[in-house]
Design a protein around this ligand. Structure first.
Ligand SMILES: [Zn+2]
Length: 98
């Protein structure tokens, strides 16, 4: 008798977990790429003010997870940042200054 009772409890717990899983799934929202929304096909490296937004205070390139930029634009961004670094518009790092 006890075993069957435990089994039903386990099944109930599993069902609750499943329901929770299904409830949570549609809540995940996709971040939209800023450049795609504004229909910018190619990122211009001369727009250093805009490119600056995608770097941290220490000069690192922010990952796609945080900014939500698509893969195509992230590649262009990385290139643009590297050009700006080479021209001393953006810093490679500011860690050594602290
Ligand atoms: Zn994009």
């Amino acid at each position: 008798m006890d075993n069957t009772h435990q089994n039903t409890q386990k099944e109930n717990q599993q069902n609750q977990k499943k329901q929770y899983f299904f409830q949570k799934k549609p809540q995940i929202k996709k971040k939209q790429c800023k450049f795609c929304l504004e229909k910018i096909k190619e990122i211009d490296w001369r727009q250093s003010q805009l490119i600056k937004l995608f770097t941290t205070e220490t000069g690192r390139i922010l990952p796609r997870k945080i900014t939500g930029v698509c893969a195509k634009h992230q590649r262009q961004l990385a290139k643009a940042i590297k050009i700006n670094r080479n021209l001393a518009i953006l810093p490679y790092t500011t860690m050594s200054l602290k």
